[in-house]
Design a protein around this ligand. Sequence first.
Ligand code: SF4
Length: 230
Amino acid sequence: MASFSIDQQPIEFEPGQTILQAAMAAGVYIPHLCFHPQFSAHGSCRVCMVRIDGRTASACTAPAAAGLEVENLSDDLQALRRDILQMLFVEGNHLCPSCEQSGACHLQSVAEFCELLMADLPFQYPRRMVDASHPDWVLDFTRCIHCELCVKASREVDGKSVFSLTGRGFDTRLVINAPDGLLVNSEFASTDRAASVCPVGVFLPKHQGFKTPIGQRKYDRHSIEQITEE
Ligand code: SF4
């Protein structure tokens, strides 16, 4: 099999794999947020940025090729990731200690892996909608990082189109495709894949808050690099 290297470690790959897919198959962790192995790459969050033969690129979209030398966990790339993660934290309302997803949140656990301890940038505290119209789900849009995973899951797995992203830059927002924009009047069902793919705490099931105590959740028990995505 052909191979390339990540931080001097040889990684074999199949034709057609990206650097991130080959790394995941080899058990090598490249920090990432908007990528999920079940879906096509979005390439928007830039957290999986690596240096390939001296040039920076997103590992989720860069094709693997024989002989490439890839830098992943160098100090400067980790510092760049901390800058990106900081911007995501301050652009939303990520109040980790009071969030139901604390300990099960990708953003929080990737930040821990990258050793982001606090944000130096001013928090924006955006005013975004909370949709509690559905009998079983609350959607707290204040935490959305616009990764598009729920959009893809609804379209590609659930065979619906419940969610869309609209706007650009700071004005990007997630909308619900329903006549009045409310979840209860959309085609959403609790069993939809879209309900379980969010990497942050937007989708919150009602009636079972903090069922697993904080401190005993998956990323409380293991670092994100050791956990296979569901
Ligand atoms: S709600 Fe969650 S899955 Fe959907 S775009 Fe926002 S962060 Fe991504």
